[in-house]
Design a protein around this ligand. Structure first.
Ligand code: DHB
Ligand code: MG
Length: 632
């Protein structure tokens, strides 16, 4: 199949769009007529400019309100069509999309529409143009691809075929398997778009909320499987109308588009092994087995504060790098690396963001396959020269310019701790116990709200991770949206938090850290009360919660006075759902808004305590607020 994207899908001037689309590797574009009309230059020059970028004009669209008219209106519709065909001839475009009519005077009737298309087909034949008919979900008489197909079938003209658009089919909840019966050679073009499930007017939903396949909630894979099962092996094109994308970065949007389409076609190839279409082979989605390490870049007083905090949470400094200023701190299966090097990536991350998480290591089965899949999906590989005797651990760029390293057993990369680190005197490499922290429960990454779709797609397309529905986190100074991506067994959970203003805690973290990524790390314990006790004994200062909070908890969940008293004494937050319960204990925030969390999950609770977030954030903001008025 050949990949294309509609010019409406991304932002920028026509030229910027072309450059971005060509650079990431699409083969064609759909010219959305409005973009073309706005552009200077004759159709011939524009056509040449597109081809000079190595792109083919896959489709010209849309031609509206054509079928079902009578008399003068009908004559005018055919005149308009000829004018478009003339333009297309100059552009060098050979396919046009006619979307189903919304004209108030248009009449229904399958045979009437079929007759209109047969006549249009005759004119198209003179031009060597193929007409494709698409059912808009809100079309006046035709709003279902099955009706559009019946019209095309009855028109029975070689220059007239069907255009399928996943949005229109799936938004109306039409079973995509009805596509399987359509002959491939009558499908002229296929458009793809996803969308979040929101109840709203179809037209409004389509024009403002479409997103890349995999970024929304529609079963676009089922749609594309059905298309592929027909034997169709031609253009697949993204047609994304999205308010946010209109103001985004052309390059990033084009990359996300290609990522979404490559991942989708790969899913289709695996799910439909008998299809005729030949699709590129890339390694499958990568199961993530766990978080191998989290690395901070830090120095001086900040490094001391961070070390003190880790010690108060029961971590021990167990080993040092053989040649670098890099410490390994450990507890249970949690490895924290503190990097104070003054050259290399950690140093540049420190210069940019200050003390922060610069690197995350994920445990996978094959690090090489992981990087192969990630780069096929346009992730940016990361390399840094390694010192003598050090392992070359494959990596890609992650959120906020941070790095994701991949470690596996098979190639010996997971032995990095023995190869590159020297245990400290008196500290066993597997220091047991501590305060009972067992593993990393989740990593919380903060980003600007308009990056959330992109990073969710990054994680869910490269890894075997699925996303949870987006939840609203109410900060006293604005809304923060939060969505988690996680492996099925919960071995790796990452929450993506999207800030819209700088006044929220998440937004001020982004500003303070100049676009940092990890705002908090949550460790798991099997016994939150025992852990809380151990932490207090070690001098850990928990984030204090209000009395009002505990009074509400008692009423909300019907807890006993003793239960609530016990939670309150340790500043533990509580949530429950139908599957289980969740206990949370927060550290006080560092100056830039970074903090730690300790959680216990009971039963099959799979959330992140979102109902507690407003109270936790208010408490954090109280501590961070400068005392008194700033001096002038
Ligand atoms: O929103 C529209 O009008 C519109 C136009 C052309 C399309 O291909 C489409 O899917 C929607
Ligand atoms: Mg469409």
């Amino acid at each position: 199949m050949k990949t294309s994207i509609a010019t409406v899908s991304i932002s920028g001037s026509f030229r910027e769009k072309l450059e971005a689309i060509a650079r990431v590797g699409f083969q064609g574009i759909e010219i959305f007529e409005q973009d073309f009309i706005a552009e200077e230059g004759s159709p011939r020059e524009i056509g040449r400019m597109i081809r000079d970028h190595g792109l083919e004009i896959a489709l010209f669209q849309p031609f509206r309100d054509f079928e079902g008219l009578t008399g003068e209106l009908r004559r005018r519709a055919f005149d308009r069509a000829r004018a478009k065909f003339d333009t297309m001839a100059e552009l060098g475009a050979s396919r046009i999309l006619v979307c189903s009519s919304v004209h108030p005077e248009a009449l229904g009737g399958i045979d009437r529409a079929a007759e209109d298309f047969r006549e249009l087909g005759e004119i198209a034949r003179e031009y060597g143009i193929t007409v494709g008919y698409e059912a808009l979900a809100w079309g006046r008489h035709v709003n279902d691809h099955r009706d559009a197909w019946e019209i095309v079938r009855r028109a029975d003209h070689p220059n007239v075929g069907l255009i399928l658009d996943s949005f229109h089919t799936l938004a109306r909840r039409i079973d995509p398997d009805t596509i399987r019966r359509i002959p491939a050679d009558r499908i002229v073009f296929v458009q793809l778009a996803d969308a979040p499930l929101i109840e709203m007017d179809l037209l409004y939903w389509s024009r403002h909320f479409r997103c890349m396949p995999g970024e929304g909630d529609l079963p676009v894979t089922d749609f594309m499987r059905a298309v592929a099962a027909t034997g169709y092996d031609d253009w697949v094109s993204l047609e994304i109308f999205n308010d946010q994308f209109r103001g985004g970065r052309p390059e990033g949007l084009a990359r996300d588009g290609l990522r979404s389409i490559v991942a989708l076609l790969d899913d289709v190839r695996r799910a439909e092994p008998d299809i005729r279409a030949r699709l590129p082979e890339i390694p499958p989605r990568v199961p993530v087995r766990g978080v191998e390490f989290v690395e901070f870049t830090t120095r001086g007083a900040e490094a001391e504060a961070l070390s003190a905090m880790l010690a108060s949470m029961g971590f021990r400094h167990v080993a040092d790098h053989v040649s670098k200023r890099v410490e390994l701190w450990q507890q249970g299966a949690v490895r924290i690396v503190l990097n104070a090097e003054e050259t290399g990536f950690a140093a540049s991350a420190w210069a940019m963001h200050g003390s922060s998480v610069c690197d995350i290591g994920l445990r996978v089965d094959s690090a090489a396959d992981t990087v192969a899949r990630a780069t096929a999906l346009k992730a940016e590989p990361f390399h840094q020269p390694v010192g003598p005797g050090e392992l070359e651990i494959p990596a890609v760029r992650g959120v906020g310019g941070s790095v994701l390293h991949f470690l596996d057993e098979a190639s010996g990369l997971a032995r990095v701790w023995e190869v590159e680190f020297r245990p400290r005197e008196g500290a066993a490499p597997e220091a047991p116990g501590g305060a009972g922290l067992t593993r990393i429960d989740h990593i919380a990454e903060t980003m600007s709200y308009d990056e959330m779709l992109s990073w969710a797609l990054f994680y869910t397309s490269i890894f075997e991770m699925t996303k949870t529905p987006m939840v609203d986190v109410i900060d006293p100074d604005g809304l923060v949206r939060s969505q988690a991506v996680a492996s099925r067994d919960g071995a790796v959970r990452i929450t993506l938090n999207g800030a819209e203003t700088h006044r929220t805690l998440a937004g001020s973290f982004l500003a303070e850290s100049f676009g940092g990524a990890v705002q908090h790390l949550a460790f798991a314990t099997d016994d939150i009360f025992a852990t809380a006790g151990a932490l207090e004994a070690a001098g850990f200062e928990a984030l204090p919660m209000t009395e009002n909070y505990y009074r509400d908890l008692k009423a909300r969940f019907g807890l006993t006075a003793e239960e609530v008293e016990r939670l309150a004494r340790h500043h533990i937050l509580y949530d429950e759902d139908e599957k289980g319960a969740y206990f949370q204990l927060y550290s006080r925030p560092f100056d830039n808004g970074f903090f730690f969390e300790i959680v216990e999950r009971r039963g099959a609770y799979s959330g992140y305590g979102a109902p507690n977030a407003p109270f936790r954030i208010a408490a954090q903001k109280r501590l961070m607020r400068p005392k008194g008025m700033p001096r002038r």
